[in-house]
Design a protein around this ligand. Structure first.
Ligand SMILES: NC(=O)c1ccc[n+]([C@@H]2O[C@H](COP(=O)([O-])OP(=O)(O)OC[C@H]3O[C@@H](n4cnc5c(N)ncnc54)[C@H](OP(=O)(O)O)[C@@H]3O)[C@@H](O)[C@H]2O)c1
Length: 258
């Protein structure tokens, strides 16, 4: 176990599986106390037990980030149980799949409610608490928004998802600018494709296989490929990094075939 995040209190949204569960394990491994938030309470409770059994401080909470009014009170519960929040990982996200001609508007609303509105409200509720608790004054505030290569690249059949992740990238820069002198670093991590619940149905299809063969390295990424950039952005190394979008994509968004 590392010690780079000893004494920090982190919240991860969408920690019930995929990248969020991975990030939560990583934060705990580096010594942070971790609050795991998602709609599927049984999943986050299971992971919180796993971390507690390893001697790490962890708690689980049910949170739907589309339900704006519940985000602030959830963060209050975290602070009451674990102490002042210093790291928020805005990871909860949905795929918003569908061709623009056909996709139902309900999908538009859900995609933007979770990926954009949920991220915005999570960030400002966390920042308010960092400013009130003294965490920001110490320069320890870290907000990491999980964007995507979709923030900057057109992905097939994903115009809503791309639009939502582009919004996440620009909101990140706006919030970083507003809080630049207030001790809170706001950054975005933009991963390439990793096989998780959000896309696992796609890879065995003909379209999925074709897309994969078009990647420069002809492969998907592994969750652990994100670890170095993730830890840089949530830890002390980010004291002079704010408003950055760090792309970690195994070259997937590089143009051209071959
Ligand atoms: N996998 C990739 O290739 C990839 C690449 C770039 C970026 N990303 C981004 O990485 C993040 C994590 O995705 P993933 O790949 O790990 O997919 P995933 O396995 O489908 O996980 C998505 C997580 O978001 C949570 N979530 C969805 N709606 C929510 C809501 N309304 N409130 C709270 N939590 C919600 C889900 O938990 P519950 O269902 O329990 O609520 C789940 O834990 C997303 O923002 C995604 O856009 C993924």
């Amino acid at each position: 176990m590392g010690e780079s995040l000893q004494g920090q209190v982190a919240v991860v949204t969408g920690a019930s599986g995929g990248l969020g569960a991975h990030f939560a394990r990583l934060l705990a491994r580096e010594g942070a106390a971790v609050a795991l938030a998602a709609r599927r309470l049984d999943k986050v409770e299971g992971l919180a037990r796993e971390l507690s059994d390893q001697g790490q401080r962890a708690m689980a909470l049910r949170l739907d980030v589309a339900d704006a009014a519940t985000i602030g009170p959830a963060l209050d519960d975290v602070e009451a149980a674990l102490g002042p929040i210093s790291i928020l990982v805005n990871n909860a996200g949905v795929g918003g799949e569908g061709l623009a001609l056909d996709v139902p508007l309900e999908t538009f609303d859900e995609t933007f409610a979770v990926n954009v509105r949920g991220t915005f409200i999570g960030a400002r509720e966390a920042a308010r608490r960092m400013l009130a608790s003294g965490v920001a004054e110490r320069g320890d505030g870290r907000i990491l928004n999980i964007a995507s290569i979709a923030s900057e690249t057109v992905l097939p059949g994903l115009s809503l998802y791309c639009g939502s992740k582009a919004a996440v990238a620009m909101m990140t820069r706006g919030m970083a600018r507003e809080w630049a002198r207030r001790g809170i670093a706001v950054n975005a991590l933009a991963p390439g494709y990793i096989d998780t619940g959000i896309n696992t149905h796609w890879w065995p299809t003909e379209g999925g296989q074709k897309q994969l063969k078009g990647f420069p390295r002809r492969r998907l990424m592994q969750e652990s490929d994100l670890d170095a950039a993730f830890l840089m952005l949530v830890g002390p190394a980010a004291s002079a990094i704010t408003g950055s979008l760090i792309v970690v994509d195994d070259g997937q968004s590089l143009p051209g075939g071959g």
